[in-house]
Design a protein around this ligand. Structure first.
Ligand code: ATR
Length: 286
């Protein structure tokens, strides 16, 4: 392979991300690095698609023969109506972030939750089986993560949300086999004292309000994993304070990298060059 002579030609296989907004997306930088690194003749761009143009955009993918697409806010739910098949995971989560064009059949997947779990296992805690996991937040991000975590056979997943009804509703959407229970926010101190992993899926601590923490990090056991889905900043105040308290910190950048790694692997069948992809994203932060 010759990474210096990388150029588009009439054989280039096309990919992209659709969203509204989409100009902030780091996916093009990350996926183009992956194509370059593996020597595959692919190219990936960002497309600003408004909700009323979603159907036409998907028709365009079919007509132009794009091999794959990532889907971001606000299209992850609505896009499902335009696809030919939805994977079991994406159906359970109720959202699609990755589309594979399999010879004209568009198949929807969700790599966010499994990307998160692969990152958690690679970077912080290889064995989640038998562990007690606390999840903060019951929004869209939480749902995919719960589904993926539940497949790791943890002892229990305790779900807390500021608005308690949302946690109750989300927990009840999963089979009881998954051992996901909603707990009141007021019980979090006691729950965190018993937890091996505490995951923040809320937006608390996201730039620009970088000083905010969702809970008191000193509630965690020293040695436990504190994990945050936020990657701007790379290390939130929650993670910094948990680390100062003796916890292992796991930031959100890995989730972004591995959701893209799974997408790359679904599209190409080749192992994703994860280290290079991560480096590309970090470089683009400047
Ligand atoms: P996403 O799809 O990214 O998960 P979301 O659906 O808007 O986004 O959910 C945001 C999550 O952050 C919710 O769990 C929200 O709690 P509520 O359901 O009570 O709104 C949580 N969140 C936002 N601000 C919060 C705060 N200051 N304290 C605690 N939780 C907060």
């Amino acid at each position: 392979r010759n990474t210096d002579s990388y150029q588009l030609d009439s054989h280039t296989i096309l990919y992209g991300v659709i969203g509204d907004p989409v100009r902030h997306s780091k996916s093009p930088v990350m996926l183009n690095r992956a194509f370059r690194e593996t020597g595959l003749n692919g190219a990936y761009a960002a497309f600003h698609v408004k909700p009323e143009e979603l159907g036409q955009a998907i028709a365009g993918v079919r007509a132009l023969g794009f091999r794959g697409l990532n889907v971001t806010i606000p299209h992850k739910v609505e896009v499902m109506a335009h696809l030919d098949e939805i994977s079991e995971g994406a159906r359970a989560i109720g959202a699609v972030n990755t589309i594979v064009n399999d010879g004209g059949r568009l198949i929807g997947y969700n790599t966010d939750g499994i990307g998160y779990v692969r990152s958690l296992k690679e970077e912080a805690e290889p064995n989640l089986s038998g562990k007690t996991i606390v999840v903060l937040g019951a929004g869209g991000a939480s749902r995919g993560i719960l589904w993926a975590l539940a497949h790791e056979q943890p002892a229990a997943i305790l779900l807390a949300n500021r608005t308690e009804e949302r946690a109750v509703e989300l927990a009840s959407a999963f089979s009881t086999d998954y051992r996901i229970s909603a707990i009141p926010w007021s019980r979090l101190q006691a729950a965190c004292a018993e937890a091996d992993v505490v995951i923040n899926t809320t937006s608390v601590g996201m730039s620009p309000k970088v000083g905010d923490v969702p809970i008191d990090p000193s509630w965690l056991k020293p040695g436990a994993v504190a994990s945050d889905l936020i990657y701007n900043p790379l290390k939130t105040a929650f993670l910094q304070q948990a680390e100062a308290h003796g916890c292992r910190a796991h930031g959100g950048l890995g989730m972004f990298v591995y959701q893209g790694a799974y997408a790359f692997e679904y599209w190409t069948g080749a192992p994703a060059p994860v280290a290079a992809m991560r480096e590309a994203v970090l470089q683009s932060f400047g």
